[in-house]
Every structure is written in C-alpha cells, then in structure tokens.
Design a protein around this ligand. Structure first.
Ligand code: ZN
Length: 494
C-alpha cells in the first residue's frame, strides 16, 4: 500500500487562512505550480529558501507515492523594474547596462540559477517553461478576457478592468484586501496614465520604439504583462483548476491576486485549490538588500569569500539550517546560527552512518521505532513541519548513540526500520547530502596543506631562497590555487 493512503496531510491554505486536509483533484496525482525566478541577476539567497521549501514539499509528495507534475517557470520577459506598471523590463535594463542581448542575460542567470540549485541538491521540476516561449498562449488568454468584457484596449495596450471584475467576483480575496480600501488609499491617476483606474493592471503593453523585447499581437507590437505568464503556463500544463500554487510571501499581492483575477475572468472558475506561501529570510536580523550591504550570495557562503561569515559553509549545512525553520516563518541567517547548524548537521550525519552498524539484541528494543517513525510522518503531515521532523530525527540520534554505547537495545527488525526511516527523511525528504560533510572535511584539510605551504614559502623568502618560494607559488597556481601577498600576510583563493 503506498504511504499516501495511510497518511492524512494538512496544508495551510493562504486563501482560506486555515489548515485543510489535502485532497488532490485526481486521486494519486498532484499538479503544483511555483513562481520561478526573474533571471536578470544572480539568484538571491531568500529566493533559494522559497524554492527549497517547495523542493522539500515536492520531495515529500513523491516519497508518499504521489505522481507529481511540478511546474516552476522562468520569467525571461515582462517583469518591469520595481514590479511597476510603467518602466523598464528588468532583463532589458540589465542587457542595456552590460551591453548584452537580453537572451544573453537570460542564459547567464538561468545557468547561475540551475548551478546554485544543483549545489543545494534540488530535484529538477517536471516542466520549467519560459514566458517568452508562451507568448501565443498569453495572447489567446488576453483575447478571451477582452471578449468576456473584463479588459479594455487603449493605444496598443490592454488592461485588466479590476472594478468591472469586482462587480461579479472578489478582487483581493487572497491578500485580504478590499477594492474600496485600495481605491481610498491610492492617489489620482497621473495625467499621462492611460488606465481607467490605478488598480487596473497590464495584460499587454505597447512596446515603445526603444523597447527591444517585443512581439506582434492583434494590438500591435508589444509584450505581455508580468502576471499573465503564470496564468498561461499553469493552465497549459496543469489545467484550468489545479491542486497547489506556491511562491514567496511577497508575491501574494499583486502577482497572485492578479493571477486569480485573470484565470477567473478567462475560465469562469477558481484556478487553484491550495495557495501556499513561503516566508522570507533575513540576514543578521535585517532585511537583505544589496543597497545596504546586508546581502550575501549562495556562492559567497560556499566559498567563504564574504565579509559577513567567519568561514565557508557547505550547501548541505545551509540546507539543513533552512530546514530547521517552518516554511511559513521568517528565518534569520547569521554566522552563529550557521555554526550551530553545521555542528548539528555533522552529528546527524554521524548517527546516520552509525545506525547501520548498531549491535542488535534477540530481545525487544528499548526504543519504540514504529511510534517514532509515525511521529516523523505526523510532523510532515502537519503542513510540512520540518523543524518538528528535525527534532524527531534528533530523538533517534540520541537513541542511536545510546544503543551504540550498549545503554539501550534494538532488535534486528527495528534496526532495519530505524535505518530505513532515517535515510528516507534525511536524504529523500529533506534533501540533505552526506558527501557535502565529507567535502567540507576535505576542504578543511586542503586549507591546512595550503597554509603549510604558505609558511614554507615565507621561510624560504626569509632565507632568500627565491627559487623555492617561486616554485611553491607557481605550482600552486598551476593547480588553480592563487596566493596573494598583502600587508597582513599571504592569503589564498581556490
Ligand atoms: Zn507567477
């Protein structure tokens, strides 16, 4: 019997504000859509946390035996600077600044995104569609919305008519906003604004002559509004109504609210049964922002090349750190938190290794493995409560260490079940990798060896043995290790 038949899963639905028993539309199958990155810069660590939460959720569904179609898009056009209605396309702006083709920008940062996710041991989604690959589908949806009377065309642009939609539907139901309040709190439309109301949003924008990313449409050359791509791609691959839509908390309004409005206007019914939102990551207690310097990139954490942390941390240690918070809570990253998390991760990995080598008894186990195993499932069944799961895994770590010291006992069957369960949750569900902890030890050893060579080179130079000192520097360089002499001594980078 697949696990999904014996486990009752509850999901916190942002739309209803309640934890609800999860019932998929088609028995045994799940359709899940998560808003992916806008690929105009290196992937943000906070975004990695959001995607990691959904990777864990994807992994747990698969572990339970569901067939999951997981769609995570790539936004490669239409997302304007400051999420605004007017302004430059984020990708086109980067292309202009770096003198690249927009698609070169897209390619560069899509590769970066994939390489970081691979380091974090993400499972690839089932489909990773792009906005530019679905212009035709987006135009079709606009035509449909226009036909149903929920949009209007003006000067080659098409806008969604929020007030009209709100007469028969409820705009703002996901984010808990009322249109009347929104109207009361907005300023008058600027004279140059062609929209009927400030709440209206663009489905299609006319491309000015200097706009490089443009496509022909029934309304002239232009480009789709940012919210539209997700409606087009989720409908195409998951159907008019699907199970789960996820994303970062910051996307709730206006992005997801607009997605709901577009889909309901076009198809006449609600697109999503369960809306899930992952919370943000702060750094040293403050919001991460490049402009204030309170920001760090994933690769800067892995390499240790940053001014915020005292050392490098492996992707698995960082992943383990993130899994220790519930996906709906704000999580703060700091040097101390990562150091503590790394220690815990090593302890867990040691216990995973020891679990298979435990001595067994012919008598009964002193630790009820079946009860503990179900507690692990209960944690995940309660809206994917990974911190409770981690606490349960540490209950097992404690038992493993006691059995190892022969202070507690375990039967042969229980040992097998314990080992299997711990492996399932640590590797399959949480997505941790043991090789990273070994890599980390390897990196520490390598650092020790390079430090030793730096010391020998220093001694050679003090003895005016420049042949030896140059040899050390050149041969390290040939291995890809650069030495840099500075006021404070010699440092190295790999
Ligand atoms: Zn989206």
């Amino acid at each position: 019997m697949p696990l999904k038949n014996s486990q009752t899963l509850k999901i916190y639905n942002s739309l209803t504000g309640k934890k609800e028993v999860f019932k998929p539309i088609n028995v045994g199958h799940i359709g899940m859509y998560v808003c992916g990155p806008t690929v105009y810069s290196n992937v943000h660590l906070g975004n990695c946390r959001t995607f990691m939460s959904f990777d864990m959720i994807f992994r747990y569904f698969k572990h339970l035996g569901y067939k999951v179609r997981y769609v995570r898009n790539i936004t490669d056009a239409g997302h304007l600077v400051d999420d605004a209605e007017d302004g430059e396309d984020k990708i086109a702006k980067k292309a202009r600044l770096e003198q690249l083709e927009p698609m070169e920008v897209v390619q560069r940062y899509t590769l970066d995104f994939h390489s970081i996710l691979e380091k974090f041991n993400f499972l690839p989604p089932s489909i990773e569609p792009t906005a530019t690959g679905h212009i035709i589908e987006q135009i079709e949806i606009i035509k449909e919305i226009l036909e149903k009377g929920f949009a209007y065309e003006i000067n080659g642009s098409v806008y969604f008519n929020v007030a009209k939609f709100n007469e028969t539907h409820e705009y703002g139901k996901l984010s808990g906003r009322k249109l009347e309040d929104m109207i009361a709190n907005t300023r008058e439309l600027a004279a140059q604004d062609e929209k009927k109301n400030p709440q209206d949003f663009a489905l299609w924008k006319k491309a000015e002559p200097e706009h490089i990313m443009r496509w022909p449409s029934p309304w002239g050359d232009g480009f789709p509004g940012w919210h539209l791509e997700c409606t087009a791609m989720s409908t195409k691959y998951l159907g008019e109504t699907f199970d789960i839509h996820g994303g970062g908390m910051d996307l709730k309004f206006p992005h997801h609210e607009c997605e709901i409005a577009q889909a309901e206007a076009c198809n006449g019914h609600s697109p999503v049964n369960y809306w899930m939102h992952a919370n943000m990551l702060t750094l040293n207690g403050k919001k991460m922002a490049k402009s204030t310097g309170n920001s760090i990139l994933p690769n800067e954490i892995f390499s240790g090349e940053n001014s915020i942390l005292s050392k490098a941390f492996s992707p698995s240690a960082v992943r383990f750190f993130m899994m220790q918070a519930h996906y709906t809570s704000i999580l703060d990253i700091s040097n101390d938190a990562l150091l503590a998390s790394e220690k815990g991760f090593q302890k867990l990995m040691d216990a995973v290794g020891n679990a298979e080598k435990l001595p067994t008894t012919d008598k009964t186990s002193s630790f009820d493995v079946s009860v503990w195993r179900q507690q692990c499932y209960d944690a995940m069944n309660d809206d994917f409560n990974s911190p409770i799961l981690v606490a349960k895994l540490f209950d097992a770590v404690k038992q493993i260490n006691l059995i190892k010291e022969e202070k507690e006992t375990i039967s042969k069957t229980d040992k097998k079940l314990l080992s299997q369960t711990i492996n399932d949750f640590v590797f399959d569900v949480l997505g941790l990798e043991s090789k990273n902890s070994i890599d980390e030890t390897g990196t520490d050893k390598l650092s020790g060896v390079v430090e030793l060579l730096i010391q020998l080179r220093k001694e050679a130079r003090e003895n005016k043995d420049f042949a030896t000192s140059d040899k050390i520097r050149d041969q390290l360089a040939a291995l890809g290790i650069q030495l840099k002499d500075g006021k404070e001594g010699t440092t190295f980078s790999i």
